[in-house]
Structures are given as structure tokens and as C-alpha cells.
Write a protein of this length. Structure first.
Length: 327
């Protein structure tokens, strides 16, 4: 069924793959984004509206949200080191703006609110299968604010306002708004351009998910019946691979001449999640593997889709934040 969908951060890494997919499925989409990486990542479409604005601008949100069925909240400063650059900025965007957004969404009679949280909210656990029912022990400002937003959203669940929370693993693969500062993408970039990968430690577990499957998970949350997702939380990830296994996968795709350089690391934290709930409850299946994400990135490098991938700050959130000095 055709929906009118409002996506905050829709010109970002995941959004720039999600939006064209939703348009292809016949939905109307409004993207609300600062467009700090430009709006060229989203091609013009008759059912696409772009609004260049700040998530903290409640007046503009009040004006823009009217008439939408669903909100997908992706907008955030998306990795922990970015917080260290400007902690107050991180808090204002990732936490302080959240309650007003939810309240305005309800006021504007939005039916469903989907929040992109993070699997990092669990912190470090010894259990092999970390499920949605387990306690949260976030270790960083980024993950603490994600957990706080989850708590806030639960307050607003009602019969006419469905809420759903998804906790993604680290997303990887090619996107028109590329990120090259997450582990699989980092390894693929360095393997392709430097023919070597530096591995610090290697036994740490890291959950990842192909960006194409991340997009599919949002389609499921949009299309699901109310009783399937109302007030529910879903992990979304592929198998939990060791860092060394990810590096070996990259080498298998990029070339046997790639050298794997291992060194000691004091950071032996392992993150691992179970996505069994979304598999069982919504019928979600992994259709695009981590290996596929590596192949897609290699193809993008070969076809020169990315400009100066080792040095272009547009692919690195921290460097871009430093340049913009966003307040």
C-alpha cells in the first residue's frame, strides 16, 4: 500500500539507498536533512520532496510533518569519535531533539514512528546470542543517547501511534553517500588502494549488515501489520564475524596480493547480537552477505564511483565534522 513517508537524515549513508528503494516501491517520500554532504546523492523524482533543514528546528518540523503516515528517524551524528569533537552538538542532535520530534509527529497524526537505534546499546556482554530482552549497558555518549531515545519513544506508544525500534549492526557496503569509516568499508578501501590491511587484535567479534538488507528491514517495518511491530524492538544483523575473519573476506575479494598486518590491541571488546526475533516475527532473511558488500565496494572503486577514497573527507564523518564546525 502506498504510504507517505517522512525520513530524517534521508540523504545520509543508509538514507541515500533507502529513499530510491521506497520510491521504486511506489511510496511518496519527504527527506528532511541538513544535506551537509549535498543533495546530489538523491536523484529528482516526482514523488520525492527534499527539505534542507535542521532536526532541531521545531517550527519547520511542525510545518513539514503534516500529512505523513510514517516517520523513519535516521538523523544523528553517527559515531562516537564525532561526539568527542563537540559533545554538546551530539547531545542536542541525538537526544534533545528527539522528544520534540516524536511529539510533533503525534500532533501531526503520523501513524507509525520507526526509530533507528543501534546494537551498541547492549555494551559488552559475555552471552553468545544477545537478544532484544537483555539489559542495556551503553558505554559511550552515542549509545547512551540511543538508549535514552528508546525510553522516550515508549512513552508515546498508543492505539493510533505505532512505534518500532530497530537496533542495526554496523552497516557496510556501497552507497551514493559513502562512508569509509566503518570496519568492513575501511578494510576494503585500504586493501584495494594500499594492498594491505592493518588488523589490531583480530579476535574481537563485530556484527555487520549489508546496506541492501538494512534497507529491506525498513521495508518490512513499513509494511508490517500493527500487531507485528507495535512497541517492538528488533536487532538487525548478519553473522557476528571476528575482525580477522572480515579482513580475510576482504582479501579473498580484492586479491591474494593483499597483505594482512596483525598487531596487538588493548581494545578486546566484542560485540555480538542475535537477529532471530526479526527472522521469526517478520520473516526477515539475509539476502545480501558481508561478502556481497565487499564485492559492491570493490566494483565502486574499479568504476571510479568514489573520488580519492583514501583522502576525501566526505567519506569520513569526523573529518567532515571538523571542516563544517557545525553548532
Amino acid at each position: 500500500m502506498r504510504k507517505k513517508i517522512f525520513i530524517t537524515g534521508g540523504a545520509g549513508y543508509v538514507g541515500s539507498v533507502l529513499v530510491p528503494s521506497l520510491l521504486k516501491s511506489g511510496h511518496e517520500v519527504t527527506v528532511y536533512d541538513l544535506m551537509i554532504y549535498g543533495d546530489k546523492v538523491l536523484k529528482p523524482h516526482e514523488n520525492l520532496t527534499l527539505i534542507k533543514n535542521d532536526i532541531r528546528n521545531t517550527e519547520k518540523l511542525n510545518e513539514s510533518l503534516k500529512g505523513h503516515d510514517i516517520v523513519i528517524h535516521l538523523a544523528c551524528i553517527s559515531n562516537d569519535p564525532s561526539f568527542e569533537l563537540n559533545p554538546n552538538l551530539g547531545k542536542s542532535i541525538n537526544l534533545d531533539s528527539f522528544r520534540p520530534l516524536v511529539e510533533i509527529s503525534r500532533k501531526c497524526e503520523v501513524n507509525r514512528f520507526i526509530f533507528a537505534s543501534s546494537s551498541s546499546v547492549y555494551g559488552i556482554k559475555n552471552e553468545r546470542n544477545v537478544s532484544e530482552e537483555m539489559s542495556l549497558k551503553p558505554l559511550t555518549d552515542y549509545s547512551k543517547y540511543k538508549a535514552d531515545c528508546e525510553t522516550i519513544l515508549k512513552e508515546y506508544e498508543s492505539n493510533d501511534f505505532d512505534t518500532a525500534i530497530i537496533r542495526p549492526a554496523t552497516v557496510c557496503g556501497y552507497s551514493p553517500r559513502q562512508r569509509l569509516d566503518v570496519v568492513v568499508n575501511i578494510f576494503t578501501n585500504f586493501a584495494f588502494h594500499n594492498r594491505k590491511i592493518n588488523i589490531f587484535g583480530g579476535d574481537q567479534l563485530r556484527p555487520n549488515i549489508n546496506i541492501k538488507d538494512m534497507v529491506r528491514s525498513y521495508h518490512l517495518l513499513i509494511d508490517a501489520e500493527k500487531d507485528q511491530i507495535k512497541g517492538q524492538i528488533f536487532n538487525a544483523g548478519d553473522k557476528n564475524y571476528k575482525v580477522s575473519e572480515l579482513a580475510t573476506m576482504v582479501k579473498s575479494v580484492v586479491g591474494n596480493d593483499v597483505t594482512l598486518l596483525k598487531s596487538h590491541s588493548n581494545d578486546n571488546r566484542s560485540y555480538h547480537i542475535s537477529s532471530q526475533k526479526i527472522f521469526d516475527r517478520l520473516g526477515f532473511k539475509i539476502e545480501n552477505t558481508i561478502l556481497d558488500a565487499i564485492i559492491d565496494l570493490k566494483d565502486a572503486f574499479e568504476k571510479k564511483k568514489l573520488i580519492d577514497p583514501l583522502n576525501n573527507i566526505e567519506y569520513y564523518n569526523i573529518k567532515m565534522m571538523q571542516k563544517l564546525n557545525l553548532k
